[in-house]
Design a protein around this ligand. Structure first.
Ligand SMILES: Cc1cc2nc3c(=O)[nH]c(=O)nc-3n(C[C@H](O)[C@H](O)[C@H](O)COP(=O)(O)OP(=O)(O)OC[C@H]3O[C@@H](n4cnc5c(N)ncnc54)[C@H](O)[C@@H]3O)c2cc1C
Length: 441
């Protein structure tokens, strides 16, 4: 391979670039990013950066030397330049200035954008949070006494509520479901964490539908819920998830669904083109469905696998780690690995949910499949390591896009912890720990 083009210059893109060099790629490496900034980290945007505790300089993702003259990546950085289209068969990327990058391999790493509410478009006090500019716009609004209404109670909504409350803002969070975060955490554990809002003085309104918005002179002044309640607002944050940035791939020949459809190694339907990070929907072998996983760890880890598939199609497949995310809310660190289902049996292995310091293990068919740590980092990491150690062993890589591979042989492992609801010494099999899913937003 002579030229590798990476489209998207954020976490997944830079991770792919590092992996390519680490795996011996010595050719031309072009990284195209439509943001003018050097690659930066998004998780602090809703936490320390929004709180004013750190500056943009603290967000940089590059290691020492990267991006400088003696860049160990030896990459051509085309920043502030958007890819407008891809001729996937020919692996030609056309940029917004009309220039064309011809490559032998293409990594699609264009991430996702905050979902918006069209009826609020253009109003001055309505925000979303995805980019550095979004955080810089929102931060000055978070002053004591301001009434902030957050539409959506996912992780970003909850983190902004927490940050804003600590700054003295009056916060109301509105969500459509009965309990926020019940999809990623399961209803029982989600309810435990939802209580953090009330304990910290944030009003959480569940099962709510916004019926109308009141606006005038270019700003929103309040919103009315379907039950008739009126919520006055000085600032509104729309935190209702993210949509994959795939519009530029229309007509490219790349198969799209909710994201770029890929096999379990990130290969698209077109040879020589892979997709990674928040824009990529890799095939989940257990469910047979494509799933987009919007977690930092997946954007950091999976590019290595996709680059392997690109550079060495015959290489053995490596097992995927369980999807993992963390979230910081109200001085509580939430960590989760795996994928919860409503039917899982949840066992508190340590601590006390009422004290918001505990470890919960999710069992399916008597086997541990996922773990939730709340202010329990050491125990959580032990469980996570153990569950990951039970991932399937290597399988041949050359399966092609459409193939749903067999789950592989499980390297059986014994999870740490003594008490389990159904088995004294639970073992983890490939099938029980393979599922991937979930969004961070
Ligand atoms: C506020 C916030 C807080 C978060 N906190 C956590 C957390 O605590 N824990 C956790 O696990 N995860 C968290 N996440 C999720 C995590 O940050 C993402 O999973 C990760 O950033 C995904 O990286 P990515 O490179 O795939 O996509 P992105 O970071 O979205 O980067 C994609 C890049 O591609 C660019 N691009 C798009 N289209 C084009 C184009 N046509 N041409 C060129 N460039 C293009 C985009 O502008 C962007 O720079 C958070 C996300 C946000 C927004």
């Amino acid at each position: 391979m002579q030229t590798l083009a990476i489209v998207g210059a954020s976490l997944a893109g830079i991770s792919a670039a590092r992996s390519a060099r680490a795996q011996g790629f010595a050719g031309r490496l072009v990284i195209i990013g439509d943001e003018a900034h050097r690659p930066y980290d998004r998780p602090p945007l809703s936490k320390d950066f929004l709180a004013g505790k750190i500056t943009p300089g603290h967000l940089l993702l590059e290691n020492a030397g990267e991006g400088e003259a003696a860049d160990p990546l030896q990459a051509e950085w085309l920043l502030g330049r958007a890819a407008r289209s891809l001729d996937a068969g020919a692996r030609r990327v056309t940029l917004d200035d009309g220039s064309v990058i011809e490559a032998d391999g293409v990594v699609i790493a264009t991430g996702a954008s905050a979902r918006t509410l069209p009826e609020l478009a253009g109003l001055a006090n309505v925000f979303t949070l995805r980019t550095l500019e979004d955080a810089q716009d929102l931060a000055p609004e978070l002053v004591p006494g301001t009434r902030l209404v957050i539409v959506g109670a996912g992780f970003i909504g909850a983190e902004v509520a927490s940050t804003a409350r600590a700054l003295g803002v009056e916060v109301t969070v509105v969500c459509t479901g009965a309990v926020p975060l019940s999809r990623p955490l399961g209803a029982e554990m989600a309810a435990t964490l939802a209580a953090l809002h009330g304990i910290n003085g944030v009003e959480l309104i569940c099962d709510a539908t916004v019926e109308s918005y009141y606006s005038g002179e270019g700003v929103v002044s309040g919103l009315r819920l379907a039950d008739g309640r009126y919520l006055p607002a000085d600032v509104v944050l729309v935190a209702i998830g993210a949509v994959p940035n795939t519009a530029w791939l229309a007509g490219s020949g790349i198969e799209l669904g909710d994201g770029v459809l890929c096999d379990p190694m990130g290969r698209t339907n077109v040879p020589g083109v892979v997709a990674v990070g928040d824009c990529a929907a890799w095939l989940d072998e257990e469910s047979g469905r494509h799933r987009r996983v919007e977690h930092w760890s997946c954007a950091a880890e999976r590019p290595s696998l996709a680059v392997t598939a690109l550079l060495d199609p015959g290489a053995a497949r490596r097992p995927l780690n369980l999807p993992y995310f963390w979230s910081d809310q109200y001085n509580v660190r939430i960590q989760f690995a795996g994928q919860a289902r409503d039917t899982d049996q949840v066992s508190i292995e340590a601590g006390d949910p009422a004290a918001h310091s505990f470890l919960a293990v999710y069992y399916r068919g008597g086997e541990p499949v996922a773990v939730l740590g709340v202010n329990q980092p050491r125990l959580f990491n032990k469980w996570k390591r153990q569950l990951n150690a039970a991932r399937p062993v290597d399988t041949p890589a050359a399966e092609g896009h459409a193939g749903v591979a067999a789950a592989g042989t499980a390297a059986a492992g014994t999870a740490p912890g003594s008490a389990t609801p159904t088995s004294a010494a639970p073992t983890c099999t490939a099938r029980s720990v393979l599922a991937v899913s979930a969004s961070f937003a």
